[in-house]
Design a protein around this ligand. Structure first.
Ligand code: ZN
Length: 493
């Protein structure tokens, strides 16, 4: 049994101006053929799950491509077509396959292809024909289109945020594809989009209200003939028609069971919709609160500059706020390649005066400090963490200690704070810090929960601001809750 493995994942924020190019994939993860085995075996990513599934369920994995880039603006047309061509060429080279395991994000946008994932699925389906099964895994933040679901045999999303179940979902996909090929099961899908969006500040599935949905999803999984069930929380910063919440249930042969699962879950989600909105502290309030709380570190999320949601990771809003409130003993990581070069040219131990956050959209901040560390920026994460990646690279990185005992880390490449090794590898002790600023919303909690005394969300401005009234959408459906309170949902529609 030969099963093709394809991974193409990007979360595209249509509200940022930068475009994602091949260079961004090269800087992150772009692997072909057997190289994929070396890079992804043993990881907690769904690609690692596909490969683990190959061992467990005894098939030959036929790796074709894995292309992943840090979330940012939409892909250029050339980049999208280049990756598709590699998929097409790869398929021709490997010959006949019995099935395909396809890892997509579900919120990928390319210039000229708002539904980039749907485009990949339909091209892939026409390439391999209608006979062989394709099992698709998606991020929990997918904006799912009809084309995506229609072109595949089964759709499986991560169930948790932080996304620490990617390996399991990959194994689940592998089990379903093998049983389908052996004709032990015949997966059928039911899918529904709800006219609503759940605010990302409420996506942590370890706390209410999202924990209640996770529990309800697990109840659906207990029902007879149910093979898989998923809730798509959607990605608000992709202005596409499909943006929003969705539900997918897979049953064995029985459409009725799949439909019942979808209706039941959809009704529960719809009833809870107002619990997925919410207020957030202003930047000033969040830093004041962090200073008054006992214990350390207090991890403050810079929600508007969430690298994992496509923001640059160079906003100085919270740094400025900390300096003006007289905070000492803090830590912040900022994407600032120019600052890195400046520090490297001065060398370890030298004093530097830097303007950080130039071109960030926020005010640049002058800092004076000493260069403590220069690193190649590579780090390894052995544990299951949001994103499931083991090998990470934030490019040449420097640590600057300021006169106020604030630690400023400057990186050459953008890096989402999903692994504590991002700072441990630089010799920084997170427990020794009073405040740590992370460029994330809730995804960083898996990395920081062992050391954090408390988490605070800060409603900062930026490319991933949750002040949605500031974003002007052209493509999203209307009415959609919470923008239009007139949105209505009736199950079975
Ligand atoms: Zn996600």
């Amino acid at each position: 049994m030969r099963i093709g493995i394809i991974g193409f994942l990007h979360e595209s924020n249509t509200f940022v101006n930068t475009k994602t190019t091949l260079k961004d994939f090269e800087a992150s993860h772009l692997h072909f053929d057997d190289e994929i085995l070396k890079e992804w075996e043993g990881t907690h990513h769904e690609i690692g799950g596909f490969l683990e599934g190959a061992v467990r369920y005894n098939f030959e994995p036929v790796p074709i491509i894995v292309a992943i880039a840090m979330p940012s603006g939409p892909l250029t047309t050339e980049t999208f077509e280049w990756i598709w061509n590699k998929i097409e060429e790869g398929l021709k080279e490997v010959g006949d396959l019995d099935g395909i395991l396809l890892a997509l994000h579900g919120a990928t946008v390319a210039i000229g292809n708002l539904d980039a994932d749907g485009e990949i699925v339909s091209r892939l389906r026409s390439c391999v024909g209608s006979e062989i099964p394709i099992i698709m895994t998606l991020d929990l933040h997918a904006n799912i289109s009809d084309r995506m679901v229609k072109g595949v045999t089964a759709t499986i999303l991560y169930r948790t945020t932080p996304h620490v179940d990617q390996l399991e979902r990959g194994i689940e996909a592998a089990e379903i594809i093998v049983r389908t090929i052996k004709k032990e099961i015949e997966p059928v899908q039911s899918f529904e989009r709800l006219p609503m969006l759940m605010n990302v500040i409420k996506h942590d599935t370890s706390e209410e209200p999202a924990s209640i949905l996770l529990h309800q999803l697990e109840q659906v999984l207990q029902r007879p003939k149910i093979l898989s069930a998923s809730i798509g929380y959607g990605f608000a910063h992709a202005d596409v028609q499909e943006m929003g919440t969705s539900v997918v249930v897979i049953a064995d042969k029985n459409y009725e069971f799949a439909d019942e699962g979808v209706c039941w879950l959809s009704e529960k989600i719809w009833k809870m919709r107002s619990q997925f909105t919410g207020d957030i502290l202003t930047p000033g309030e969040s830093i004041r609160k962090a200073m008054t709380l006992d214990g350390q570190p207090i991890v403050v999320s810079d929600v508007g500059d969430n690298v994992g949601g496509g923001a640059p990771g160079n906003s100085t809003v919270l740094l400025q706020e900390m300096l003006s409130q007289g905070v000492t003993n803090s830590l912040i990581v900022i994407w600032d390649p120019k600052g890195v070069q400046e520090c490297i040219s001065k060398g370890i131990g030298s004093e530097v005066i830097l303007q950080v956050g130039l071109n960030s959209g926020s005010l640049p901040v002058a800092i004076t400090g000493k260069v403590r560390t220069i690193s190649d920026g590579k780090f390894f994460e052995p544990e299951p963490r949001h994103g499931g990646r083991s090998q990470n690279n934030q490019g040449l990185t420097v640590v600057v200690e300021t006169l106020q005992k604030n630690t400023i880390v400057l990186t050459t490449l953008r890096m989402a704070p999903l692994s504590l090794h991002q700072i441990l590898s630089l010799g920084i002790n997170p427990k020794a810090k009073k405040i740590i600023i992370v460029k994330a919303v809730v995804a960083s909690r898996a990395a920081y929960e062992d050391v954090a005394s408390k988490f605070i969300l800060s409603g900062t401005p930026g490319a991933t601001s949750v002040n949605f009234t500031l974003l002007s959408y052209k493509h999203r459906k209307k009415p959609l809750f919470p923008w239009e309170l007139s949105a209505e949902y009736r199950s079975g529609n």
